[in-house]
Design a protein around this ligand. Structure first.
Ligand code: BES
Ligand code: ZN
Ligand code: ZN
Length: 483
């Protein structure tokens, strides 16, 4: 956590200084500076030095002016992670910050965000949790209170998403997920309406019903809404998230290792929507945002959909279900149809949708595609690059549409072996009639081992990106109306 403080420095002090000028370190004599210089020459990134009962952590800052600004910020967040690890090793719980030399507020903020995001651990199921927590004290002259609050809010929103994703299905059933979303909505100031299994059936949401059919737990359909009195957008922004609380594959059963054993994370897209809406509502952004989350459990069972079954979707389209493991597109399609009633300015969907997206790009980026105009795509890329949650765009050419035609029904849910991420997107495209972008986050959402400040397991991919996107929208719209 970061805290504004003008009090005298703590026992541990983080000192950021320019490598080029050691003379700006006032606490050290000539001999000590020589030792420090030698360590710098050896390439040490963090020099810890104990002097007069203070623990100094000296960080030589090297901002590479030839690099793109976005990648400088990502490097700073990663550097923040290394600094965090050092504090943890030294069991420092309270650290003050000193800045010597010229480091911009924006750069300082990214470094501190990297430190603060690194603190996350999922300890709920440890009987003897070894919680380590760190507070960084910073003078208001170095970083204004609003920035510090925003960094803390981002960290908290990411934690909310990670906690949801890391929860196993033994706790986080669809019904429990809805309860958690309601609690989060109350804390943040957005409303939540939950349609239960009966209401889903009355609505005839055929995709949602079909995917949950093998489960003995009921499905839910969650409608989140944040509508501040003053909002800059005429039509709402709708965020749709895949909420498969567990994906066994259904009768098209997944193998266990490195596959089904990760599938408690198949609601990561929807958890990113929840975390982003928390950040947006908590910071009272003047923007109307709606979240739609179909929550289901994909299981085999006597009642389960069989490969070859034909189902009727919420919008009336018939679909031949050839592979019950291609379930995400079925629930998303119903939610995308539901979104039409809002006449949205834009719909963004987030989903751990295909292994193909993961194989194409790994954990380094999300795969995006959609029909939104160029200016929107540009804004998405701008937000994605600035938070380090990068995206790569794939095409939705007409030709791919033919891949999803069925002999027996309007569509089938399984394409050929090739272009799996695109054909999934193509399937979704059938259900939209508004500006729309689809984020396949199967690669970056969940990782088996530590991934810098993102940690291991859930990375909360999408939360910071969406928050940044809406922040930018607010700035863009308000400058437009001023002109
Ligand atoms: N939830 C999976 C996709 C996934 C795979 C997410 C790996 C995260 C990591 C999805 O429901 C799925 O199983 N997709 C199938 C679709 C195929 C049958 C067309 C896939 O990608 O294999
Ligand atoms: Zn699946
Ligand atoms: Zn899935």
């Amino acid at each position: 956590m970061l805290q504004i403080s003008s009090k005298p420095p703590k026992k541990a002090i983080l000192v950021l200084f320019s490598k080029a000028n050691l003379n700006i370190l006032p606490f050290f004599d000539i001999e000590e500076k020589k030792t420090i210089q030698n360590k710098l020459n050896d390439g040490m990134q963090i020099i810890s030095y104990n002097k007069m009962q203070k623990n100094y952590f000296l960080i030589p800052m090297e901002i590479d002016a030839t690099k793109k600004e976005d990648s400088v910020h990502e490097k700073l967040r990663i550097q923040g992670n290394s600094i965090f690890k050092t504090f943890k090793e030294h069991k420092e719980t309270e650290v003050s910050v000193e800045v010597l030399g010229d480091i911009s507020k924006e750069h300082l903020a990214s470094l501190l965000l990297g430190i603060s995001l690194s603190e996350y651990e999922f300890l709920k199921y440890r009987t003897k949790p070894k919680a380590y927590s760190l507070t960084i004290f910073i003078d208001a002259l170095l970083l204004d209170e609003a920035t510090v609050n925003e960094l803390n809010l981002i960290t908290e929103s990411v934690r909310i998403t990670k906690d949801l994703v890391n929860e196993p299905v033994s706790f986080l059933t669809a019904a429990q997920y809805s309860k958690e979303i309601q609690k989060i909505g109350e804390a943040a100031g957005f409303s939540v309406i939950v349609l239960d299994q009966k209401e889903i059936e009355a609505e005839q949401m055929g995709g949602v019903i079909a995917v949950n059919q093998g489960s003995s737990a009921p499905a839910t359909f969650n409608i989140l809404e944040y509508k501040p009195k003053k909002h800059l957008n005429e039509a709402p922004l709708v965020l749709v998230g895949k909420g498969v609380v567990f994906d066994t594959g259904g009768l098209s059963l997944k193998p266990t290792r490195n596959s089904m054993d990760m599938m408690k994370s198949d609601m990561a897209g929807s958890a990113a929507v929840v975390g982003a809406m928390y950040a947006i509502a908590k910071s009272k952004l003047p923007y109307h945002v709606i979240g739609l989350i179909p929550a289901v459990e994909n299981r085999p069972g006597y009642e389960a959909v069989c490969p070859g079954d034909v189902i009727t979707m919420y919008d009336g389209t018939t679909v031949e279900v050839l592979d019950t493991d291609a379930e995400g597109r079925l629930i998303l399609a119903d939610a995308l149809h539901y979104a039409k009633r809002y006449n949205p300015e834009l719909v963004l969907d987030f989903a751990t949708l295909t292994g193909a997206a993961l194989r194409a790009i790994g954990k380094e980026a999300g795969v995006v595609m959609g029909n939104a105009e160029k200016s929107i795509k540009k804004k998405i890329k701008r937000a994605a690059n600035s938070t380090g949650e990068r995206v790569v765009e794939l095409p939705l050419w007409d030709e791919y549409g033919d891949y999803m035609k069925s002999d027996i029904a309007d569509l089938k849910n399984l394409g050929p072996m090739d272009a799996g991420a695109i054909t999934a997107g193509k399937f979704l495209e059938h259900f939209v009639d508004y500006p729309w972008m689809h984020f396949d986050i199967a690669g970056p959402a969940y990782v088996a081992s530590n991934y810098n400040y993102r940690g291991k397991w859930s990375t909360a991919y999408g939360v910071r990106l969406l928050f940044k996107f809406v922040q930018n929208q607010c700035k863009d719209v308000s400058t437009k109306t001023e002109n």
